[in-house]
Design a protein around this ligand. Structure first.
Ligand code: UDP
Length: 478
């Protein structure tokens, strides 16, 4: 494959750098793997040293598959924090501050070292694809004359809401008091009138403190930083978000909507890709094997969300009272500052708890009937690509917009935001698993999965945008 590149003046060498969190690594690694199947492209995938160690330890089989590709390699740089410092949810602000202040020099040095053939004999980096949460790395690359493409792991509607934060503030729609009526519609966000309510904005908008306002402004300015890049990659498709994508394209004309990337990579390489910072418990799959078709509720709140002890117990009791079987991912740090105990013994037949699951495989398993999710964008597209109806309990940031889309726009699930009560959990689970509503949700979810497959398959809108991205990456090396 690479010999096809001999007559190019310079080989295309893309350095891909995700934020050091699970969901972002998964999506960008999927893109990296797909790109490694393109003729004439080399990929360096950059992690922090800390995550590089975790990935090789937690996902040895996934990890080794990449080393089989001669045009793919992993690199790492320090994140600037001491080795023994935790990197879990409560420390994320510190982690990102450290990256911004302490890691840009290492990043620059790495690019400069690749400026001449580096120690592996690889050619110079001709393009970087940087996570849009860290635009300072994009700026560092461009200062060295290396073109940078931004990658946003969020969907188009969410990006659009972030971009409109200054307008919402100007229109006095943001922030609003903590006790405000949350069902009041938001009017100043074009193309979202009619379904966006206060309730669907990031939770920190409610009674925002000065620090929250600063965070909101940072979300807006990070989003706008795409104007400084060569292009913007979004993990979405026209078939999911056409009206908003056209708005985004009016601001960032060179937008590549190539998602859902979990489905795209599978269509291109005939294999699914994910890499975990946590050790997978594959016994979840054998347990699912022994369950009847569509009988299990899969529950996962992703890698970052935290539940209060009361919330955990409301979910637990709602699930138990629903009478359905369930498989729940309970990370050791899922419940903030508490250890919860539940009576598992008498429920052993119908309940399975794991610390981390092979999620994409679980979602595709015939025995899974619905997915209780926090609506992280990866989990949402993984659920949609598998055609599984969802019950949404968003925790933070854009998850509030996404759960509204799932319930009101795509209609592939039910949005239970702000109603963490056992009776609501029970009735939502029943609605998604039993009777007419469940049948309707299944039907729409199945159609959505087909539409996603069409859009990432040969000739589909996402696939065409992906092919344009590959051509542009190659042309940046000429
Ligand atoms: N995930 C997984 N096993 C689990 C829980 C989550 O593999 O037990 C993966 C999931 O497939 C997804 C990612 O972790 O790719 C979570 O990303 P998402 O954007 O949904 O949420 P975040 O963790 O960023 O809040």
């Amino acid at each position: 494959m690479e010999s096809a590149n001999n007559n190019l003046k310079q080989e295309a060498h893309v350095l891909i750098f995700p934020s050091p969190v699970q969901g972002h690594i998964n999506t960008m690694l999927r893109l990296a793997y797909a790109l490694s199947f393109s003729s004439g492209v080399r990929i360096s995938f950059l992690n922090t040293d800390h995550n590089h160690r975790l990935l090789s330890f937690s996902s040895p089989s996934q990890y080794s598959r990449f080393s089989l590709r001669s045009n793919f390699r992993f690199l790492s740089i320090p994140d600037g924090l001491p080795d023994d410092k935790p990197r879990s949810t409560l420390y994320l602000t510190e982690l990102f501050d450290s990256l911004k202040t302490r890691s840009v020099d290492s990043f620059r040095a790495l690019l400069l070292a690749g400026g001449n053939r580096d120690t592996d004999g690889w050619p110079p980096v001709t393009c970087v694809i940087v996570d849009g949460q860290m635009p300072y790395f994009m700026d560092a690359a461009q200062e060295l004359g290396i073109p940078a493409i931004l990658f946003r792991t969020i969907n188009a509607y969410s990006l659009w809401v972030y971009l409109q934060i200054p307008q919402m503030m100007e229109a006095d729609e943001l922030p609003f008091p903590a006790d405000a009526d949350l069902d009041v519609p938001i009017k100043s966000v074009p193309a979202m009138e009619g379904f966006l309510r206060r309730r669907d904005l990031p939770k920190m908008c409610r009674g925002a403190t000065k620090a929250d306002n600063e965070k909101l402004q940072l979300l807006a300015s990070n989003s706008a930083s795409a104007t400084r890049s060569k292009g913007l990659i979004l993990d979405t498709s026209n078939s999911l978000e056409a009206p908003i994508l056209s708005k985004i394209r009016s601001l960032f004309p060179n937008t590549y909507a190539i998602g859902p990337i979990n489905a795209l990579v599978e269509s291109i390489t005939s294999s699914s890709v994910s890499a975990n910072l946590f050790a997978e418990d594959r016994s979840a799959l054998s347990w699912l094997d022994s369950q009847p078709d569509r009988s299990v509720v899969y529950v996962s709140f992703g890698s970052i969300a935290l539940l209060m002890e009361e919330e955990f117990m409301e979910f637990w009791n709602g699930l138990v009272n629903s009478g359905h079987r369930f498989l729940w991912v309970v990370r050791p740090d899922l419940v903030a500052n508490a250890t919860v105990t539940v009576k598992l013994a008498e429920l052993e037949e119908r309940v399975r708890i794991v610390a981390w699951a092979p999620q994409e495989e679980v979602l595709r398993h015939r025995s899974v009937g619905c997915f209780i999710t926090h609506c992280g964008w990866n989990s949402t597209v993984e659920g949609m690509a598998a055609g599984v109806p969802m019950v949404c309990f968003p925790w933070l940031w854009e998850q509030f917009v996404i759960s509204r889309l799932v319930g009101e726009v795509w209609k592939v699930g039910l949005d239970m935001k702000d109603m963490c009560r056992r009776d609501v959990v029970e009735s939502m689970v029943r609605a998604a698993m039993e009777g007419e509503k469940a049948e309707e949700l299944r039907q729409v979810a199945a159609e959505m999965a087909v539409e996603i497959g069409r859009s990432v398959g040969e000739g589909g809108d996402s696939r065409l945008d992906y092919e344009r991205l590959v051509r542009d990456i190659l042309s940046l090396s000429l």
